[in-house]
Design a protein. Structure first.
Length: 392
């Protein structure tokens, strides 16, 4: 009888194993494709005029390049999704230092200056690479590995300081070497959010976050009153943010035109392709593309975009919650934090809630490096989702 019971229990386990099926998040993939397609349509509508003026009459210049980057990105995403994400665990520190090294290359003859900022590396065939984008994915891979290695130490003050130090070093290199404040904020934000995810006490983090926001707002107001004659371009951005009408000819032109675009669009917009402000907003296909979405598709169109991002973030949250181990969960949490922070910052810049930072709207704004590394992150998330087992 005992032997028979053992056989039955063994058979039951085998059946359970046989009935557990591998999961793949097709919903995330579908939402991602919708965002990419929408982004391509809006990019063409937004950039066709400026491309025709700047690129020898080729109105499809930005569109064709973005399509190429999207195709390469999708292929890269598929390759990354096929790699077991645990492969990155042992190599995450190597990727971290590679990202630091790549950023220092900006200061060598390989560095390339675009629109007054030296943030790119020259590549063959007249291409360029923004190494700050590598820092984001390196942090997403390395900080979870560091937290998993530390174990319970992450719950102590010393453990938090150690993780923050690694994140702060990467953010400092981004800010000092590539002079990219917005990406530095995102890199540090990803680090803090991952610590928040694993730490049992959440109240202290909320208090600190609220305190930083209040200090930032008050500090910006004080600086704005005290530094009216300053020549520092970052301080000038604060002045422009506080009073864009006064400084419309000294840096406030872009945000003023973006606000006009949003206001003139109404709720349902002027119609696809009917924007007037896209002809005068500088580099509108980059960080200000949301203003043209509001002008052509109205507030309704902007809400639809935010709903798509909300659905994307929900799927990432689902994968993070059901990941088979802590490392996979934290990697996807880092991707969640990156996209959420970037969308929030871009929206806040466009509606002038914070000073302009040059941060782009994921999957929609023009930018080859950004698209490629965002696709790689989606590949990581899909790779984690493929390891989830669901019992029938």
């Amino acid at each position: 009888m005992v032997k028979e019971n053992k056989k039955r229990s063994t058979n039951t386990r085998v059946k359970k194993k046989e009935h557990s099926i591998a999961y793949f998040d097709y919903s995330l993939l579908a939402i991602l494709i919708c965002l990419i397609c929408f982004g391509l349509v809006m990019l063409y509508s937004t950039s066709s005029y400026s491309a025709m003026m700047k690129q020898n009459g080729d109105s499809l210049f930005y569109f064709k390049r973005q399509v190429l980057f999207c195709i390469v990105g999708l292929i890269g995403m598929w390759i990354v999704s096929r790699i077991d994400y645990h492969w990155y665990f042992e190599r995450s520190k190597f990727f971290y230092f590679i990202s630091i090294f790549m950023m220092f290359l900006v200061k060598t003859p390989l560095g390339k200056e675009v629109n007054g900022a030296k943030r790119w590396i020259k590549l063959p065939f007249e291409q360029q690479l923004q190494p700050a984008e590598i820092a984001k994915i390196a942090i997403i891979l390395f900080i979870p590995a560091l937290i998993c290695t530390m174990g319970r130490e992450i719950k102590t003050l010393e453990g938090i300081e150690k993780v923050l130090a690694w994140g702060a070093f990467s953010a400092a290199v981004v800010f000092i070497i590539t002079e990219n404040l917005s990406t530095a904020i995102i890199v540090m934000g990803i680090t803090c959010i991952m610590i928040f995810v694993v730490h049992p006490k959440t109240r202290i983090f909320i208090i600190i976050a609220v305190g930083i926001i209040l200090i930032g707002i008050v500090g910006a107001r004080v600086l704005g009153m005290a530094m009216e004659t300053s020549g520092n371009f970052r301080l000038r951005r604060i002045l422009v943010w506080l009073n864009p009408e006064k400084y419309a000819s000294e840096g406030g032109y872009q945000i003023m035109q973006a606000l006009y675009a949003i206001g003139s669009g109404g709720f349902f917009g002027k119609g696809l392709g009917n924007s007037a402000q896209k002809m005068i907003i500088p580099e509108v296909q980059n960080d200000m593309i949301l203003s043209i979405i509001c002008e052509e598709l109205g507030v309704f169109g902007a809400i639809m975009v935010l709903i798509l991002f909300g659905m994307l973030l929900y799927r990432l949250l689902f994968i993070a919650q059901n990941a088979p181990d802590l490392y996979g969960s934290l990697v996807v949490s880092g991707i969640f934090a990156h996209i959420a922070l970037q969308v929030i910052l871009n929206v806040m810049v466009v509606i002038n809630c914070i000073p302009t930072t040059g941060i782009t709207l994921p999957f929609i704004s023009y930018g080859g490096t950004s698209v490629l590394f965002l696709m790689a992150e989606m590949g990581l998330a899909l790779g984690v989702s493929s390891k989830i087992k669901i019992a029938e």
